[in-house]
Design a binder for this molecule. Sequence first.
Ligand SMILES: [Zn+2]
Ligand SMILES: [Zn+2]
Length: 102
Amino acid sequence: MQFCPECKSLMRPIKKNNKTVMGCSCGYTKKDVSKPIVETLEKPKEVEVVSDEETLPITQAECEKCGHKEAYYWLQQTRAGDEPETKFLKCTKCKHTWREYS
Ligand SMILES: [Zn+2]
Ligand SMILES: [Zn+2]
């Protein structure tokens, strides 16, 4: 048994466009009941691009440009294997980026 989602009364099969559909006295008709209802998958919403900066750790470093004392940092391998990773710093204030030489 199926009940009308509109008025909650019992629906009965009715003929519509040469097809038997479930209908209700209020006028509600369920679309073609002979086929299984294929739910159209909602397109996944585009993931908001989170700027890399927000995920970077912050360290205490003085920016040579604006004198700010906090900077994001990350490590980057510049050459294949034989060299240690280079530490890059980016001022949290003016976005000035520089590398730290060890
Ligand atoms: Zn109804
Ligand atoms: Zn700065």
